[in-house]
Ligand binder design. Structure first.
Ligand code: PMP
Ligand code: GLU
Length: 391
């Protein structure tokens, strides 16, 4: 009752981010001396490359410490336009690009200008924890599209059509996806684009894991599937995962000009520009050859394959091999534990932290992050294997 009167209505439904909460709990336990194996991390364990750090140091030393234009420096936006063209076959002019405080902020900005009271936001399930809460923050209604493990947790054009109502405003797509590591191919995206164009539905395409993709698969951007879908799509990306820069908080989006202008206004009156020093670091990152992401791909492939080989031996766990990102989404139905009990007991009894599936929409799943060394994966899997036999 008290809360009702103290907080605005739109805050009442919002839960804290369980990914952030569990990750920070695991880090805290580790720094207090506990031998924690951290399978919760939602960030690459690699350090930001030195040449990027040096660009930031140079920015500080040269006094690049003042406001920049709200939507980012001209130099950084130019580099982002070049990146979109080279990697995604997308033509965005600098006015169509907005640099924000992380891709999370970019997704939020896009939703804020597109969806409001009475609008429905379509979200494939399982979903990244923040999407439904962002829709709630916009006072829009999140509507979930069921998927199945058989289809690698991807929606089809048919699934999408079934969920569209006169109130549907926007679809959030995430490929490669968190938590399931699903990657949409050209045909699948083409069919989805066709439905969105026909029904005039916007797409927020969260491509933050673009560079972490396995088995020679090619990342596709839905906005590149023709002029009509381009005019309905906001393409989101950032440097957090591709350059191990989660703490720097640089994300960006490319959007049709009217939507970009609305986001620019929103950002003018909310955060202003993202950090000036981090923008200089991002310029260095985007100017350099793409060697770092190749290293990421190779290393994450090695870890994924090792983790898969270990999980295969545990008959209580089932999984689909992730095609991208750095998470293994495992079915724990055979253990008969719900995901919160599984995660809590595993942490308390064996000091292994991971994220329960419930906040991603599936309570019979857990998410194991392989953004940690093979040695740690081995140690963590030894503990899980032993523990599962006991429960
Ligand atoms: N989208 C997805 C699917 C994510 O997993 C993350 C990870 N935090 C983000 C967006 C946001 O990344 P950031 O804000 O660090 O750029
Ligand atoms: N996206 C990461 C995760 O899912 C980082 C945490 C967050 O921003 O939610 O774990």
């Amino acid at each position: 009752m008290k809360i009702d009167t103290r907080l605005a209505q739109r805050l009442l439904k919002i839960n804290p981010s369980s990914t952030l909460a569990i990750t920070s709990k695991a880090k805290k336990l580790k720094s207090s001396g506990k031998d924690i194996v951290n399978f919760a991390a939602g960030e690459p364990d690699f350090d930001t490359p030195d040449f990027i750090k040096e660009a930031a140091i140079a920015a500080i030393q040269s006094g690049f410490t003042k406001y920049t234009p709200t939507t980012g420096t001209a130099d950084l936006k130019k580099l982002i336009c070049q990146k979109f063209k080279k990697d995604n076959l997308l033509e965005y002019s600098p006015e169509q690009v907005i640099v924000s405080c992380g891709a999370k902020h970019s997704v939020y900005n896009a939703l804020m200008v597109l969806a409001g009271l009475g609008d429905e936001v379509l979200i494939p399930l399982p979903y990244w924890v923040s999407y439904p809460e962002m829709a709630n923050l916009c006072q829009a209604t999140p509507v979930f599209i069921e998927t199945s493990a058989k289809n690698n947790f991807k929606i089809t054009a048919k699934d999408l059509s079934r969920c569209i109502t006169p109130r549907t405003k926007v679809l959030i797509l995430n490929s490669p996806s968190n938590p399931a590591g699903s990657v949409y191919n050209k045909e699948e995206l083409g069919a989805i684009a066709e439905v969105c164009v026909k029904k005039n539905i916007f797409v927020i395409s969260d491509e933050i894991y673009e560079k972490i993709i396995f088995d020679g698969l090619k990342h596709e951007s839905i906005a590149a599937f023709g002029k009509d879908i381009y005019n309905l799509t906001i393409t989101v990306n950032g440097l957090s995962k591709s350059h191990a820069m989660t703490g720097w908080r640089i994300g960006y989006l490319g959007a049709p000009a009217d939507i970009a202008a609305a986001i620019s206004n929103l950002q003018d009156h909310s955060t202003s520009n993202p950090n000036s020093i981090a923008q200089k670091a991002a310029e260095a990152a985007l100017s350099a050859p793409d060697d770092f992401s190749l290293k990421l791909r190779q290393e994450f492939t090695r870890r994924r394959d090792y983790l898969a080989s270990r999980i295969k031996k545990i008959k209580e766990l089932d999984f689909c091999l992730p095609q991208g990102a750095f998470y293994m989404f495992c079915d724990i139905s055979k253990t008969r534990l719900d995901s919160l009990t599984f995660a809590t007991r595993l942490l308390e009894e064996e000091y292994v932290s991971l994220i329960p599936g419930k906040p991603f929409g599936l309570d019979n799943y857990i998410r194991i992050s392989f953004a940690t060394s093979v040695e740690e994966i081995q140690k963590g899997m030894d503990r899980i294997e032993k523990w599962i036999k006991k429960i």
